[in-house]
Design a protein around this ligand. Structure first.
Ligand SMILES: Cc1cc2nc3c(=O)[nH]c(=O)nc-3n(C[C@H](O)[C@H](O)[C@H](O)COP(=O)(O)OP(=O)(O)OC[C@H]3O[C@@H](n4cnc5c(N)ncnc54)[C@H](O)[C@@H]3O)c2cc1C
Length: 383
């Protein structure tokens, strides 16, 4: 067993920590209050090589491994939780397009995603279908050399600003998962419309409902063979769930670090807050849980990078990481007394931000169904 990061990884952590503290954290509240879309920051993350981490080197990417992706997300989310979204979305798209896209689609989209000039959203959820993703209603009907896309996608992160989306639609209405096909859909095509959702947090991530009214897509924009879309996204979800957990833990750790500094300074009853067990014990407990969850995350990514199964670990951290993050930030907010409840401090924003990932990319209940299935077999499934 080797629990140490390499010298190169340690250097990356140091560099990103400075980036998060100096360039992300000071603007995080502004993005939250104004919902301003931080294109300049996304391009900056492109310049730093972060946006193209999962794109093939031949298309301007880094061909980076998943452990590195985990390090990047954890450190970026120390500065601003929502800055993790464009990274995760573009990485998923880079991977799906890189493995399954035609030359035309790769040429047009991979380099732009890698520089942060383009955001490629991921559109799976529908108004009537979320957890039960194999039962999509959105359909793509073959018509000559094209497909005609009809239906609605809902809850799509960065859906208001993305230039394209990987859209999952049924090409065989009678089949469940095996009837789902993925398409790269430029969102300026005739028949596409978008409307925003008003979320409680991550305002700069502007989620949207995307409507497709007989949108004509060239067959060259189909990603992989018909019927393989569900498997493409589920493979990506396994590692993305770990990245989500690490992002949540990064935000929680930043909150805990700030809280430790605060309680060592602030006095009550003539003593430093840190000397009261009612203050220091919740901090000790949160630090213990975060450390354990982080180790499980990195183990999952290590397994993934070594082509070993990690679905169970991925589902474990996806329900635990966001929950732990919400609880930790809540505790940090309380330890700052009434100031913690104001928007002068970052805790209320961070809580609103991380709660979204208790739902997004698979709810805690669905994750526990997966863990139980991995532990006890399909006999434990309720369906
Ligand atoms: C912040 C955020 C970002 C998102 N980004 C995207 C995105 O970019 N692209 C995209 O396609 N989607 C996105 N989503 C949508 C997200 O993936 C879905 O919300 C999620 O899959 C759950 O689906 P649902 O909301 O329809 O809930 P439902 O599936 O209707 O579930 C409702 C409730 O029932 C529970 N439930 C459902 N089935 C079971 C079961 N078998 N056992 C026990 N309980 C169950 C759920 O846990 C939940 O509590 C995002 C959501 C959020 C909150």
């Amino acid at each position: 067993m080797d629990f140490a990061f390499t010298d190169e990884q340690e250097e990356l952590i140091r560099t990103l920590r400075v980036f998060a503290r100096k360039e992300l954290a000071p603007r995080s509240a502004h993005w939250d209050k104004t919902s301003e879309v931080p294109w300049d920051m996304w391009r900056r993350m492109g310049e730093l090589g972060l946006m193209g981490l999962r794109a093939p080197a031949a298309y301007g990417g880094q061909d980076g491994d998943l452990l590195t992706a985990g390090i990047v997300i954890e450190q970026v989310c120390r500065g601003d939780f929502s800055a993790g979204y464009p990274l995760q979305l573009n990485w998923l798209a880079e991977e799906i397009i890189g493995k399954n896209g035609s030359d035309d689609v790769k040429q047009r989209w991979l380099a732009r995603a890698a520089t942060g000039e383009a955001i490629v959203a991921l559109a799976l959820t529908e108004p009537g279908v979320g957890s039960d993703a194999a039962n999509l209603v959105c359909r793509a009907d073959k018509d000559g050399g094209d497909y005609v896309l009809t239906g609605e996608k809902s809850g799509i992160t960065l859906g208001m600003v993305a230039q394209a989306a990987v859209v999952f639609a049924k090409t065989d209405a009678g089949a469940k998962a095996r009837g789902v096909t993925a398409f790269l859909v430029p969102l300026d095509l005739p028949g596409v419309s978008r409307s925003p959702l008003r979320d409680m947090g991550s305002h700069a991530a502007v989620r949207a409902v995307l409507a497709f009214d007989h949108v004509r897509i060239p067959a060259s924009h189909r990603l992989g063979k018909e019927g393989t879309g569900f498997y493409q996204v589920m493979q990506g979800f396994d590692y993305n769930r770990v990245l989500i957990a690490l992002g949540c833990l990064g935000t929680a750790q930043a909150s805990l670090d700030e809280t430790m500094a605060y309680v060592k300074e602030r006095k009550a009853f003539g003593k430093r807050l840190a000397t009261f067990e009612g203050v220091s014990f919740p901090i000790a407990e949160a630090a213990t849980h975060i450390d354990a969850a982080r180790l499980l995350c990195y183990r999952a990514l290590w397994l993934a990078d070594h082509q070993q199964p990690y679905t169970k670990e991925s589902a474990m951290v996806k329900w635990w990481g966001p929950r732990l993050s919400v609880e930790t930030i809540h505790q940090c907010l309380l330890l700052h007394g009434h100031y913690g409840y104001t928007d002068e401090l970052p805790f209320e924003q961070r809580m609103r931000d991380v709660i979204g990932l208790e739902i997004g990319d698979g709810t805690a209940e669905v994750m526990k169904v997966i863990v139980a299935r991995e532990l006890m077999g399909r006999e434990s499934l309720p369906y």
